[in-house]
Ligand binder design. Structure first.
Ligand code: NAP
Length: 429
């Protein structure tokens, strides 16, 4: 074993960073044996220097992250600050000053992954980010390395624990959205401002990263269609149950049509109870991957939390450390396929539509005509009437989102349609 230690700087020492530091200390001997050199914590950048940080030598703590990454003697910089700036500048500065980088920053990778990979390449350094998607679950490396010889066709994932907790509560207790969100907040699963989670921004960042790696194509955050789950109601769950389904917030990345393009989207969707993702409960994450040769694979586990996320960071630290010692770098960005990213209108799936309609003869025929005129074929229709009003639940065969959008617009213009109560995509069949 090499005796000269690998010097590691930690940018951020919060939920994830403090666990990275703890495991680096408590597992120091094992990490050294696995890497082939001891690992030394050379500095810890934080915002609040006076905060007591158990197990961290106060002499290592600094508020000057820029000076830390410019030291010039660092082997690996671990970025667990989060957000776009200063994380982006700190990472590029780290490359310029000779360090490789391990990051857990999904927002930054989804927005600027290509530029960061280019900076890493330019300086002959590694950029690893297993922790950026689904916390502890090994996903980036399996997609990037284990499946590098296969052709991935679809990645379907529950990649946000907060939203899965809320939807699972609604499903199992019959609670409404707000009640389930309040419980998630009280238990610490949801942040005081849950927007990033419930509106799907967090999942969209992960979808961009997964789609890029799975399809060897650059997919940016702006390419990902996003719909949150705050409009999902107890009535939607009741409808889902009648269809033998549940509702999940899904990140869906797939090859479109003949495989000449790709799509990436995040939205709530019904999935059959028989699908493996339907049984992912509480705050757990899972990602279902469909490939030509391997068939169906599922990756499951804790998608967040200090120690689980630190596990992924440390896995990267070991891989990057080994590369440093052998003087190599791991796989960089693979975007050679450069497939176009199609818009949401081109996505083809099934739909569950609830309409409030007048309870009189001929309404069903009128509604069916609108679907037919837009080329959307109906699979099943269920009608319930009471006191002159009725609800009509239509489940379609596969149709494009554009065709469904046109259908819904035309339905809204029918005198006999009082309102479109809900539209939910049906996935995983
Ligand atoms: N938490 C999770 O479960 C989880 C899961 C997967 C991925 N991630 C990702 O991991 C990253 C870190 O998340 P986290 O939950 O650990 O965040 P966090 O608890 O808020 O910690 C952020 C850390 O960064 C420090 N910091 C903030 N601004 C700084 C600056 N300008 N210069 C130096 N240090 C600064 C903070 O310092 P102070 O301690 O002084 O405030 C804190 O130590 C994010 O990219 C997040 O998306 C988190």
């Amino acid at each position: 074993m090499r005796t000269r230690p690998l010097k590691v700087a930690l940018l951020g020492c919060g939920v994830v960073g403090s666990e990275v530091a703890r495991i680096m200390t408590t597992h120091a001997d094992d990490l050294a044996a696995r890497i082939g050199a001891p690992v030394e914590l050379a500095g810890v950048a934080v915002r609040r220097p006076d905060k007591v940080r158990e197990g961290i030598d106060p002499a290592l703590v600094t508020t000057d992250a820029t000076a830390l990454v410019k030291r010039g003697d660092l082997d690996i910089v671990v970025e667990v600050i989060g957000g776009i700036e200063p994380a982006r500048t700190l990472i590029t500065t780290a490359f310029e000053h000779g360090a490789s980088v391990v990051s857990a920053n999904k927002a930054l990778l989804a927005q600027d992954g290509a530029a960061l990979h280019a900076a890493a390449d330019e300086h002959g350094k590694d950029l690893y980010y297993e922790a950026a998607v689904a916390g502890a679950i090994p996903l980036i490396r399996p997609l990037r390395e284990s499946l590098a010889g296969d052709k991935v066709n679809r990645v379907l994932g529950i990649v946000n624990g907060t939203t899965n907790f809320i939807l699972d509560k609604m499903d199992t207790t019959g609670a409404g959205y707000q009640e389930a969100l309040d419980e998630a907040t009280a238990l610490g699963y949801a942040e005081a401002d849950p927007t990033a989670d419930v509106e799907g921004f967090d999942a969209a960042a992960k979808a961009a990263i997964l789609a890029g790696i799975a399809f060897h194509t650059r997919v940016r955050l702006d390419d990902v269609y996003r719909e949150g789950m705050s409009e999902v109601t107890a009535a939607d769950f009741a409808s889902a149950k009648e269809m033998g389904c549940t509702i999940k917030l899904l990140a869906i990345c797939e090859r479109a049509g003949d495989g000449a393009s790709v799509t990436a989207r995040v939205h709530p969707a019904m999935i059959p109870l028989s699908h493996p993702l339907a049984s992912v409960r509480g705050a757990y994450n899972a990602v279902f991957v469909e490939s030509d040769a391997s068939g169906q694979l599922m990756f499951y586990g804790p998608g967040a939390g200090g120690a689980p996320t630190a596990s992924a960071v440390l896995g990267d630290l070991v891989a990057v450390g080994r590369n440093r010692i052998s003087g190599t770098t791991g796989p960089g960005e693979s975007a050679y396929a450069a497939l176009p990213v199609s818009s949401m209108g081109e996505v083809v799936t099934r739909y569950h539509i609830s309409l409030d309609v007048a309870d009189k003869p001929g309404v069903l025929a009128q509604v069916a005509t609108v679907f037919a005129e837009h080329g959307v074929s109906i699979d099943t229709v269920r009608q319930q009437g009471k006191d002159g009003e009725a609800s009509l639940v239509v489940v379609t065969h596969r149709a494009s989102d554009a065709a469904l959008g046109g259908t819904v617009e035309a339905l809204r213009n029918l005198d006999t349609v009082r309102g479109v109560a809900s539209i939910m995509r049906v996935e995983g069949e």
